[in-house]
Design a protein around this ligand. Structure first.
Ligand code: ATP
Length: 195
């Protein structure tokens, strides 16, 4: 029987409760064997991002307690911009017996028409969109009929909001895993205003 593997692509700057809820709920709903956090190398849409080394360490801290979650750093190791189609080609080449399920929040899914080689990506994996508060899925054809929308418990948190919370000393506990919080403090990320 082929393995069913989920991929959650993201910047993970930092990883948070929203990422974990999407990964776990879709893993169980779709009967996946594991979910990989695909850490983006050089997000051309997000200049000023935290270093890839720090983001990988944060992602690893986020998944450390969960046997079903792993971090994949191939996009960070690759030179040049990150395109999901390249990653999916590489993965299907090296693991041909695996069924790939690419997960996105509704905000990220709405950007699909602007992706480099979106068509190739959509051929190589099943695309599953998770509900996200404040973002309605709004895709034109031919994209709309090639993605599947799944409801997950709504978590109204984002990495940008968390960076702002760290900067201004507001609450972050329970919104990021403890191990992620510890690493943020240790490495002095996000101009932490409290410990
Ligand atoms: P930022 O605020 O910096 O843009 P983000 O919170 O959207 O970051 P990413 O690492 O860019 O985090 O997200 C990776 C993937 O996870 C994207 O597909 C995004 O839509 C999805 N995602 C992130 N947070 C949530 C959430 N709270 N609910 C549902 N999906 C989410």
């Amino acid at each position: 029987m082929s393995r069913r593997v989920g991929l959650l692509g993201g910047t993970f700057d930092p990883p948070h409760l929203g990422h974990l809820v999407v990964a776990e709920c879709l893993r169980v709903d779709l009967g996946l064997d594991e979910v990989r956090f695909l850490v983006a190398g050089q997000p051309w849409m997000k200049p000023g991002t935290t270093s890839a080394d720090d983001r990988i360490a944060l992602a690893q801290a986020a998944v450390a307690d969960d046997v079903y979650l792993v971090v994949d750093d191939r996009e960070v190791r690759r030179e040049g911009p990150t395109y999901t189609a390249d990653t999916l080609e590489e993965l299907s080449g090296s693991e041909p017996d695996t069924e790939w399920w690419f997960m996105l929040g509704a905000d990220a899914a709405n950007a699909l028409p602007r992706w480099e080689r979106a068509d190739a990506a959509l051929e190589l994996a099943r695309f599953v969109v998770a509900t996200r508060p404040g973002h309605e899925l709004d895709l034109p054809e031919p994209y709309a009929s090639r993605v599947e929308l799944r409801s997950v418990p709504l978590v109204g948190v984002s990495s940008s909001e968390l960076r702002e919370r760290y900067r201004t000393g507001r609450a972050t506990r329970y919104l990021v895993p403890d191990a992620v919080h510890q690493l943020i403090v240790e490495r002095g990320l996000y101009e932490v205003a409290h410990g």
